[in-house]
Design a protein around this ligand. Sequence first.
Ligand code: GLY
Length: 316
Amino acid sequence: MNNFGIAIHGGAGTIVRKKLTPKLEKEYRAVLRQSIVSGYDILKVGGSSLDAVQSAIVVMEDSELFNAGKGAVFTHDETNEMDCSIMCGKTLECGAGTLLRHVKNPIIFARTVMEKSEHVLLASDGAEQFAKLHNLEIVDPKYFHTKRRWFQLQVVKEKETETETTRAILDHDGDNSKHGTVGAVALDKNGNLAAATSSGGMTNKRYNRIGDTPMIGAGTYADNRTCAVSTTGHGEYFMRLVTAKDVSDLMSYKNMSLKDASNEAIKKLSAIDGSGGLIAIDKNGNITMPMNTPGMYRASFSNGKQEPLVKIFVEE
Ligand code: GLY
């Protein structure tokens, strides 16, 4: 049987055991599992890597736990502005969106841009006109208004202390209020790679700030000749390093293994004081998920394995 597999991330940051309550940890692990299994089930029956990464991301976008879709963080102006991208390793076609405010599942938007337009990246009102034209699900901005993200914004803005009821979440979030991007990479039975990433960006962002997520090459990259990569963390640093494409380039120009190329990319991130992680899968189905933070919500599932691996902390 040909190799196939999938890896996902739900954000990297200061995720440490003593700050993650058992209840919240259980919830994260359950959604990560649901996400990876939904992608793996598609691959198992011969489905495409594009369908697998899209399906895995929709699960995380529909959860309040991650900073994407439903759980997107708030901007300084108390709106939600979402970024997304997807790339096909076979054709190098890609689609992306930014400044989306009403699209329920940004990753479906990115896929639609890739398949139904002659463009790569659409933004803001024009992007949402395109979404409506293609009958994507449009929601009232209230849909993205979650208590947790609202409190995060207040804390970041005013540095106020949390209420008792939100203490556990805020204590855990602290430094993570800026992170939580979701992503997926997959290899299907036909040898096709795909990568996808979706994010609400960073809490309290201003001036229509756009991160690495919709930047092909920075947040997302896939090429059947090398690998598929999705990044998570402080986007400005990944944009400066063009990290996702860098992993692919290190493999093709320097003949590095997936693991060495990914570690090298994270080393470069650390060297300029950037924080975050990435997930990557190569054309042979090898998977790696390095980070320079204490944790990253992540999971992987390869053919031949009975169960997915679901991990949060760096030492797992
Ligand atoms: N990595 C997501 C962002 O910085 O927007």
